[in-house]
Structure formats: structure tokens, C-alpha cells
Ligand binder design. Sequence first.
Ligand code: BDR
Ligand code: CA
Length: 364
Amino acid sequence: MCFNPNVTTLVLNKIWLDCDPVRPGHDDACAILLATSLPSDINLVGLSTVHGNASGECTLSNAIRLIHMFSPQHDALVVHPGAPKPLIRPSRADPEIHGPDGLGGVVGLPPLNHPVILSRLESSHTANAVEGLAAAAKLAISSGYKIHLVATGPLTNLALFISVYPYLLSAFEEVCFMGGGVGIGNRGAVAEFNILCDPEAAQIVVDAPIRKTMIPLNVTHKAIVTETLQRRLLNECSERGLSNTTTPLRHTLHSIVSYFAASYKSVFGFNDGPPLHDALTIAYVARPELFRATRYRVDVDCISTLGTGQTVVDAFNYRDYDDSWGPTGKNVLVAEGIDVPAFFELFFECVDRCDTVSRLNLAA
Ligand code: BDR
Ligand code: CA
């Protein structure tokens, strides 16, 4: 697999993850797992949530429940609630794919009224996503490091941040988002869900004068959790000496993946397993060499009847573009290929690492 020369491998990566608020759904959960379980030279420094369904509090609390169970080392991390709705349009829901509460079918997470979850929920309201991002950006600038800004839901929070704090963009190495498709969609013939939820926000983000990488459906649909991989998730035990063949963490992850598999089978006819869309963004930050990407001009269709939400990729450079990442340039690196086996090795390495610390296992 080609190494993308436009991407620098950094010695120390810091990640801010902005995920679907109302549904850090099933693949968002796997993105959180990766972001909290990568090797120690890659740190999650911020987590925020964004709209996507009716009850905004629901996915904020899902994100808190997930990080609480996955990662005791992130106990002090505040989860920042973001925009409860798109910039202009009404909110969309996707209960068909993720269940009414955004994490349908998932076993093992603590209840919403668990005292620690309630306390983390309370502290989450001290700063919203945009305020949290601004504080993290100021700290990064004053300390001399950069943050990878990763989005796995609609791009509303990022658009608000870019609009309010354009002068803080220099704190970020790049923006990497899961979303869009090149000629394909999953919530319209050419519209992918995250972009369709808030196309105006997506256009603001792709026009921001900073390097952006888009991980579109064309690539995420290659990262299928096949039945063999689902079995590997259940059967491989950690080295903690548990007497059964699996661990509670693995059981919970398996419940996440199998619910997602059933949704993808019934809604999209994916018979081989579900695509782990969102987890690819974190893999991209950690291991860019696993991806092949090309820089193009990308715009978002915000007005047409058939194509609203489409990421329009000028693959043959029909217009003239300059070298900027902004409105006049080839503004987005579009991922075009992924080393799928290496991605899943990274995923299972993270599961192994999480197995040694997860509260799900400690409670067993
Ligand atoms: C995207 O929409 C959601 O269903 C997933 O979490 C992912 O972010 C895929 O189109
Ligand atoms: Ca998502």
C-alpha cells in the first residue's frame, strides 16, 4: 500500500475526537476505543459530541459511558457537548442503523443513573464543544504542539469553531473526517449521512485554510468486520488469566459489532459484515501509511434536489486551483485506499491494550 507523501508521520500525536452526539453509534464507539487505546505516543486530549438524533443528551451520555468503561486513564477528560442541531436544517435521526438511543443492542455499559456517569455528565456542561476546542487550541499554541482534529459525525461543531475562532486554526495539524463519498451515498444516491446532516457546515469545514483528509464511504466500505473477525473478537482472550475464553470487554465489543452487522444486513444488504467507518479516522492519524490518498478540490452540494449532501470531487481538475487548502485550492486529501488487514491488526492491538485496563473487565 502506498505511503501518502502529503502526510507527515509525527513523533507525538494528540487527537481531539468529535463524534455523533446523539449516536456515538456503533462505529463511533470503536473510534473511541481506538482513540483511547493507541500506543502511548498517541494521546486523546479532547472528546466532544454533536447532534445526529432527537435526544442530544443521549449520545453525550453514551460517549461518557463508553470512555468510562474503556479507559480509566481518561477519567479526568471532560466530554464536551456540542451543537444540538445542524446550522440551518432540522436534525435528522438514524434509529434504523443505531437504534433509538444510538447504541442499540449493546451490553455491559453502566446505566445512565450510575453516580460516576451523572457526575461526568454534570462536569461536561462546564464548556461546550466549541469552548473546549478553543481552550485546547490556546493551550496547544502556547505549549508549541499541534492537535489532530478528528470528526466522525456531522461537521457542525467544527464549522462553528472555524467560524468563531479562525485565528486558532493554527493549533491543528489537520482535520480528518469520516464522511462523504465519491459518487456514492448511504442516505441518498450520492449523499453520505454525516455530510447530509449538515451540508452547510461541511462546506465551511472543507473551505477552512488547513489540511483536511476525508475518509469517504468508498474506503470505509472496505473495512468490513467479517464473521471471522467477529469470532476473533469473541474468542481471543487477554493475558489476564480469565478462565473463560473471552473477556467482558470483548463481549461488549462483540455486541456492538453484531448489532451493527444486523442493521447493515437488513438496511443495506451487507451480508459479509458491517463497515467500521469511523474507526478509520483514528487509524489514519495513527498510521497514515496504511492509506492511499490524493488531493482534490471538494465541494458540498447544498442546493440541488437530487444531490444535496453530495461531496463533489473534481477528480480531473476541470477548474484551475492554487496551492491553498481554502476556497480556491485543492482543499481535501481524499482517501482512496486502505490496507485492510493492517487496519484490523491495529484494531485488535487496541482491543488487547484496552483489555488490560477496561473497567468492564475489572467488574467481572
Ligand atoms: C456515518 O454515519 C453513521 O451511521 C456512522 O457512525 C458514520 O459516522 C457513516 O455514513
Ligand atoms: Ca458517526
